[in-house]
Design a binder for this molecule. Sequence first.
Ligand code: NDP
Ligand code: F7E
Length: 321
Amino acid sequence: MNKTSKIYLAGHRGLVGSAILKTLTCKGYSNIITRTHGELDLTDQEAVRAFFEAEKPEYVFLAAAKVGGIVANNTYRADFIYENLQIQNNVIHQSYVHGVKKLLFLGSTCIYPKNAPQPMKEDSLLTSELEYTNEPYAIAKIAGIKMCESYNLQYGTNFISVMPTNLYGPNDNFDLETSHVLPALMRKMHEAKEQNAPSVEIWGSGTPRREFLYSEDMADACVFVMEKVDFKDLYGSTCKEVRNTHINIGTGEDVSIKALAELIKKSVGFKGELVFNTQKPDGTLIKRTDPSKLHALGWKHNVELEEGVRRVYGWYVGQRQ
Ligand SMILES: NC(=O)C1=CN([C@@H]2O[C@H](COP(=O)(O)OP(=O)(O)OC[C@H]3O[C@@H](n4cnc5c(N)ncnc54)[C@H](OP(=O)(O)O)[C@@H]3O)[C@@H](O)[C@H]2O)C=CC1
Ligand SMILES: C[C@H]1O[C@H](OP(=O)(O)OP(=O)(O)OC[C@H]2O[C@@H](n3cnc4c(=O)[nH]c(N)nc43)[C@H](O)[C@@H]2O)[C@@H](O)[C@@H](O)C1=O
């Protein structure tokens, strides 16, 4: 990928996509094409075919998807599997048809079994039952991994799948019903502080553990993989059954939801109580990635959680003014 290569960044206004756009721009990539959801609905097969025929990108970052937290995934089960399968099938297939040199597909660590040995290695995929609350979404992501791998093996494409851990950062979704835990708690505590509310509700027991990677680190990892890693680097040339060629992207460090809430409480300056509502689902009890494959390829995260929360809160407060 050189600085004038034609790059299509799908999902450029999202949490990850906006960070990838910033990273690519800062690194001097000058030929980046984007389309908003309104301009190009990636679930529309004919529209995606026409776009690829007209634009013929050389590189594709697939950071567009239907994304949400535990309650959204558990509620809109059909939308999460349908829309993500459609987006992936259309973009991955048209990338093959139109000779895209390299595509980066973003999956998720929820592809791993709910009781996977911790920290989770890439080889844990499909070894036992998935977490119920986000199973439809996880199945779509697993299909995306298998599609990239299968096109590479049959057609010689160079489509790489990366599995991000839980992400957070500027331009995240702060809707209290559909968002992930970190932005939800940040908004709840910010508003509680402003309104002098006595307490803030935390969903679940607070005992589940999660790993969090700052979106700008995630973007840096995506550009690193696109620049430096090819499919042929991801499996042994002698192995007969090629699988698990995806790459975890995470920090390898996790915290309990309770500890996360305390950290956000301190960063926001909220003085009230944290009330745990066990009527809400906990989801997977522990979800920590083993990032050693990515470390061996030459990349490691920079931003630790406390610093990341401080940065996002600064951005969030600026957005509300
Ligand atoms: N956030 C997280 O914690 C994690 C995210 N990931 C993965 O990373 C990737 C990016 O996620 P994230 O940035 O958080 O998601 P966001 O929801 O922030 O961004 C997704 C983007 O995709 C666009 N989009 C959604 N549906 C369509 C469609 N049908 N046609 C065109 N564009 C569409 C959205 O546009 P619009 O808003 O206008 O609909 C939005 O710009 C996804 O593949 C996600 O699964 C993986 C692990 C964790
Ligand atoms: C990112 C990845 O992982 C996602 O799954 P998840 O990690 O379980 O998603 P989550 O961030 O929404 O919840 C994490 C934990 O946090 C608790 N929790 C407390 N209070 C709030 C709260 O107010 N909101 C939310 N959303 N969660 C809360 C919540 O009960 C749960 O125990 C997939 O949906 C899928 O998107 C995926 O790929």
